[in-house]
Ligand binder design. Structure first.
Ligand SMILES: Nc1ncnc2c1ncn2[C@@H]1O[C@H](COP(=O)(O)OP(=O)(O)OP(=O)(O)O)[C@@H](O)[C@H]1O
Length: 448
């Protein structure tokens, strides 16, 4: 995210280090970022400068723990300029207080120590809220790389990531389809000292058994009929960077053994060669399967599991972090309104409870696709339920009313998509927001 966006931001905190760090980050993204150490100056600043967003500390040194002073300043700001978007800065553990502050008129809060992307996303969304109230154009930005996550579950994930990203520890990301495993892997890579080198992503679920070795480890000319020249494998391509092995739970036992050898020896041998090449990669794996159970049933090698799961990160499904639904919906709304140049700029208030209530079996990917479609279909400035929950999607409607069994729902939705696309896997996968490999697995699972 490097584009400069409109937005006048004021940061008020009595900790100079916090001010400096927050300003350094925000000024790379917003047109004006001011800061103030002394809260007494707030009335003057708010009266004389038209700030869009004020990032306000809850606990000034006069009153370290109750946040009382923060509340007083929040009231003062809103008295002077009621449409100012105030975001509170608060220490971990003070979430209850922050929730109370939101009830008193703050638009959001950010926990200290903060995640840069989270802070940016929050300020961004606060700015857009104010812009939509005042009918100003929302910020032009490239949100594609932003990870949105206000829920305690995602905060815990960010916390773990901030501690492990810089290490070379192997990370295993667990979570249902569409929960953001791929995105998180990229984020870890970006936060690591390897970020200047490539991250190479391999969907192990989509590689056929015959190609597994040559794809991962490479081959030499003449190794098999089609091998017309030497080819580097994915491990070699990732040299100095990160290799992301997605759907690790899908590989067969013989290939698990081969992968284990590579990880133990930290070297690969190309197909058709007997020379081993040392590898320097950080390993991140992901799966949507219950890999511990697979190991217990001897479907996954325990020793390989020990190798790959030095750090395990569980991404909860969206239905277990409903606090994230609206921020994500707003995030995608902004992304697609810009992409498709549509006038829509807010979620209608009647849509909000519906979005929050829905189970989102396809998780964030499903929400993203629903928002993309809705932005394209929308006619007014405010997105309605009929745009998001389109009529022909009867399984969705039924689920909204009755709370269907998730697997049954997934089966129904896939069956419908396959019918609609006359059995065309590529089109149905697109419609469902799944990769072809992910759709194949489901067709197999549900025997469709
Ligand atoms: N926290 C988030 N904030 C913003 N966008 C997100 C977030 N999590 C996921 N997304 C978006 O949702 C989509 C699905 O995410 P991603 O591909 O990372 O999921 P996944 O768990 O790897 O899915 P699968 O298991 O099907 O491969 C992507 O377009 C991604 O950009």
């Amino acid at each position: 995210m490097t584009t400069m966006q409109p937005g006048k931001i004021l940061i008020v905190d009595d900790d100079v280090d916090v001010l400096r760090a927050a300003r350094l980050l925000l000024k790379r993204h917003f047109e004006q970022v001011d800061f103030e150490k002394n809260p007494q100056k707030i009335p003057y600043l708010v009266t004389n400068f038209d700030y869009d967003v004020i990032l306000l500390d809850m606990n000034f040194t006069r009153d370290l723990s109750s946040g009382k002073e923060g509340f007083e300043w929040l009231d003062r700001i809103l008295d002077i300029k009621p449409d100012t978007a105030v975001v509170l800065f608060t220490a971990y553990g003070d979430v209850e207080m922050a929730v109370r502050a939101i009830k008193s008129g703050a638009v959001d809060f950010v926990l200290k120590p903060w995640e840069n992307e989270k802070l940016l996303a929050t300020i961004q969304s606060a700015y857009n809220k104010r812009a939509s109230k005042l009918d100003k154009p929302p910020a032009v930005h490239n949100t594609g790389n932003l990870i949105v996550g206000n829920s305690p579950a995602m905060q815990a994930v960010f916390d773990t990531v901030s501690r492990v990203a810089a290490t070379d520890a192997n990370v295993l990301i667990l979570g249902e389809n569409g929960t953001g495993k791929d995105m998180l892997a990229r984020h870890i890579h970006q936060q690591s000292h390897r970020s200047g080198k490539p991250i190479v992503s391999v969907d192990l679920g989509a590689i056929s058994e015959t190609l597994f070795e040559s794809e991962l480890f490479g081959h030499v000319k003449g190794a098999f009929t089609d091998a017309r020249e030497d080819r580097a494998g994915r491990f070699e391509e990732a040299a100095g960077g990160t290799i992301f092995l997605d759907e690790i739970g899908n590989i067969s036992i013989p290939f698990q053994a081969k992968l284990l050898t590579v990880l133990q020896n930290r070297s690969v041998t190309k197909v058709g060669s007997n020379k081993s090449i040392p590898i320097d990669v950080r390993l991140i794996c992901a799966t949507n399967r219950n890999i511990q159970q697979q190991a217990a049933q001897q479907l996954f090698r325990q020793d390989l599991l020990y190798r790959i799961n030095t750090i395990e990160i569980q991404l909860p499904p969206l239905r277990e972090r409903r606090e994230d639904i609206i921020p994500l919906a707003e995030h995608f709304l902004q992304l697609y309104r810009e992409k498709y140049k549509r006038p829509v700029n807010s979620l209608h208030e009647s849509l909000i409870p519906q979005l929050e209530k829905y189970e989102w079996p396809g998780n964030i990917r499903e929400l993203q696709h629903a928002m993309e479609r809705a932005v394209i279909l929308s006619q007014g400035k405010s997105l309605q339920a009929k745009d998001v929950f389109v009529k022909n999607n009867t399984a969705q409607d039924q689920q909204m009313d009755t709370g269907y069994n998730l697997e049954e729902m997934e089966r129904n939705i896939i069956t419908q998509a396959m019918k609609k696309c006359n059995g065309n896997i590529t089109e149905a996968a697109k419609e469902l927001g799944l990769s072809r490999a992910a759709l194949y697995r489901r067709l197999e699972k549900y025997n469709i």
